[in-house]
Design a protein around this ligand. Sequence first.
Ligand code: TRP
Length: 343
Amino acid sequence: MFEQKKERILSGMRPSGKLHLGNLTGALENWVKLQDDYENFHFVADWHTLTTDYKHSARIWPDTIDMVIDWLAAGLDPEKSTLFVQSHIKEHAELHLLFSMLVTIPRLERNPTVKEQIRELHLEDRVSYGHFGYPVLQAADILMYRAHAVPVGDDQVPHVELTREIARKFNQVYGKVFPVPKALLTKFSRLPGLDGSKMSKSKGNTILLSDRPDVIRKKVRSAITDPQKIRMGDPGHPEVCSVFTYHQKFNPTEIPEIEAECKKGTLGCVACKNNLSDKLINFLEPIQVKRIRIEADQSYIKDVLRTGNSKARKEAQETMELVRENMKFGYFREIEELKWTKV
Ligand code: TRP
């Protein structure tokens, strides 16, 4: 019996240190699930961090290790998934440079995700060249491994769209090297922060996978619920409550009761929050037990990255040989072997 060759997926994450529940539900959980059906490649997008935070490059490596520990604790299995670090595979930089010639400035200006980021960070007239162009680096990240699909949240779809265009353009100009990859959208919509706004480390509205039970209880107690529900008897509106969104994800079986009793006013926010804390603590316990074990074993972490990097590097080198060959760059051979005629 032949085993059908699995399609390859690739996805990356910027190293933001210890991960939060939003990273888990928005990406990581999905990567873990896909491990059995695909050949997975996952990488730490460390060069991408420089787009918004070039001054703190010294933080990137410790943040990388913290993030990789969370990846492993949450169930990414290095036997099934190749885990590697972008900046350790220099070929990404070369492919990025070559791709940068295939993309126009007006095309980059139409990217809604980059536009929004520039607006949010007030960078309108001082965005760096690298920040503005990072979707091209992302195209290099993806196409380097000739991935078929890219599991991402909806904010990343414009980058996958650009990647598809670059793949087609390269293939058309230099010959077919790249498959045209598709986005694999994450199903669960984005988990909000405890204040109801977008979950982000800089806003302090997260729950970390590594938060201890007392920290979880404290954070959940301070969560913002329905502003119209002030006292226990007041009827609530679960649809506007961040705590309810968390129950939907982490406590699905009790949803009908919680919804009905909140609306009636018989369920108070304090009890509802305590219940959620219990569920979160239970949910995170096995991840935390694993995390503590992995964190104590530096040689295991190093092994995982050494093995992942070397698998990734081999793929990247093969791709770059094809790219150089198709572009008729001679330097993949020895100078002595080269022959040329004037064109
Ligand atoms: N830009 C992605 C993010 O901010 C990270 C990333 C970089 C990525 N390269 C990638 C994701 C390639 C998927 C594929 O989350």
